[in-house]
Structure formats: C-alpha cells, structure tokens
Design a binder for this molecule. Structure first.
Ligand SMILES: [Zn+2]
Length: 285
C-alpha cells in the first residue's frame, strides 16, 4: 500500500467518530473511534433526556461525564504503554428516577509509533536525576493534578504555548547519557532562554514554584480534570490563583532543572494521566 493511501486511511479513522445506541435511544459518541496509545478519547452521551448523572470506566480509570447544555461529555486518556487490544468502555447512567443502567462498548487500542531521542546531560544537571528528589517534587505537582473542577474552562482547540520547533515529541523513548531513561511525557519546544510562554487555553494557575529537578514549574487547571504543565521555566509570571485567558503571558522559558539545553517542556494531564498535548492543538476535544 502506498504511504498516501495509508495516511488517507489514518485520517479517515481519526475523523470518524463512533456511536452506539441502546433500546431507550441513549446515544454514545466516542471520538476518535480508535483509542491510540498516549492520546485521549472524547465520550459523549447525547439525547440525554431524563438522565441525572453519568460515570464511566475505561482501562481501569473511573471518570465522570459532565453535563453540557444538552448532553454529557467526558475525556479519558490511553496510557502510552497500554497493551494494544480490545477493551470495554462502560457507562453507568443514573436516571432521574434513581434507576441505573449500564452501557458497554468494546473499543480497540492501537499502537502509536514512538521515536527514540538521545541527549547528553552535563554532570551538574545529571546529578539532579535522583529518584528521591524527583519523587518528592512530583508528589507536590501531582497534588494539584488530582483536583478536578466541575466547570470546563477550556474552549475549542489549544494553542501551542510558544512559537518554536518541537525538539522532542510525546512518548519518545529517551536515551540519556547513553542509557535508556523511560518515555518522554510531554512535548519539548526548542526555544531560547527567556521566550514568552502563553496560556494555550482558558484556565487557572494552580502551581507556580521553582523546583530543583523540574526547574521553574507551572500548572494550569483547564477544568474537568484537564491540566497543562510547564517545566524548566526561567521566570514565573502568572501567580497561583490567576485566571488566565488563551494567549495570556504566563512565564518565560529557560533551562532550569534536568534539562540538556534551553527549551520548554509542555505536558498535558487528563485525570492525572500524561497524554499527548499536540492532539489538543490539532483537534477540538
Ligand atoms: Zn520534555
């Protein structure tokens, strides 16, 4: 098959949403129809008349569907190391009369092809790669990722937080100083120290602190369990609690923490699972 034909199929698969119904005319739309490692699925219950609440479960993750004007909407991520195969998406629907009803659909998880990235850390940076230090700092960050706001702050697609080339994509298998070092849980942009970092969407600053391993760190809460993360910053501009709009200046990029050169690490977290932020730039979730 030609590469062109393959990409056409890939595009079609991505654009096609998948819907299923039950006898009572409850319609669930899953978009995209295929679950890719490291990406998210948008799950919508449409024609939700008489529905009082919806909970869902997929890949051992419980998540909530939130009420919008006339349906229920939720987002769930696929871990980047999830074994490809068939898995059940389960919806537990509570009716206005208190009765519950389950809907189950089998979805396929497909393998995403991740590249390799090799880089070198100088000794002063490499000595920050201590598990105890990283764990202690990550625990501080994770605390805010676990807090889920019922409101949806984000609207439409996300913008890239900086103007610049991607130097390392999400999921790249990292080889640091010649040794395998796990998968990259964000998108790196190669930008000079002091490059302006802008909020990619509407949200609220929930973490802003200079850390040793992660460097200058900021987290924005976009509501409903969606957060974006910024590492290695040289200056934190927007303070904790600040409500930000898309395109608002929040920080300056840098090279602080475990970093091999000036860049911005941009992460996306969905119910405390790191996923590929670029999916949110390319598509409205
Ligand atoms: Zn990175």
């Amino acid at each position: 098959m030609t590469r062109f034909a393959f990409s056409l199929i890939a595009i079609t698969l991505f654009l096609t949403s998948f819907s299923f119904c039950n006898a009572q005319d409850l319609q669930v739309v899953v978009n995209p129809s295929i679950a890719w490692q490291g990406k998210v699925l948008s799950v919508k219950l449409v024609s939700a008349e008489g529905v009082a609440g919806v909970k869902a479960r997929f890949l051992n993750q419980d998540f909530k569907l939130f009420r919008t004007s006339d349906d229920y909407h939720g987002v769930v991520g696929v871990p980047l190391n999830q074994k490809p195969g068939y898995y059940n998406l389960k919806l537990i629907i509570t009716r206005a009369d208190g009765k519950t009803q389950n809907l189950t659909k089998q979805l396929k998880v497909w393998a995403t092809r991740f590249s390799f990235s090799k880089f070198w850390l100088k000794p002063s940076k490499n000595k920050l790669r201590r598990r105890s230090l990283i764990n202690e700092e990550w625990a501080q960050i994770e605390k805010v990722l676990r807090i889920e706001e019922d409101n949806q702050f984000w609207l439409g697609k996300f913008a890239k937080p900086v103007k610049g080339k991607i130097s390392q994509g999400f999921g790249h298998k990292q080889i640091i100083n010649g040794r395998g070092a796990g998968s990259h849980r964000g998108t790196d942009f190669a930008v000079l120290n002091g490059t302006k970092v802008f909020a990619p969407n509407y949200g609220k600053v929930v973490f802003a602190k200079k850390l040793s391993a992660f460097g200058g760190t900021m987290v924005l809460d976009h509501g409903q369990g969606i957060h974006t993360l910024y590492f290695h910053l040289s200056k934190l501009i927007a303070p904790i609690g600040k409500v930000v709009t898309r395109g608002e200046l929040i920080a300056l990029s840098g090279n602080s923490g475990i970093s091999s050169g000036p860049h911005l690490h941009w992460g996306m977290s969905v119910h405390n699972l790191r996923v590929d932020a670029m999916q949110w730039v390319k598509h409205e979730i």
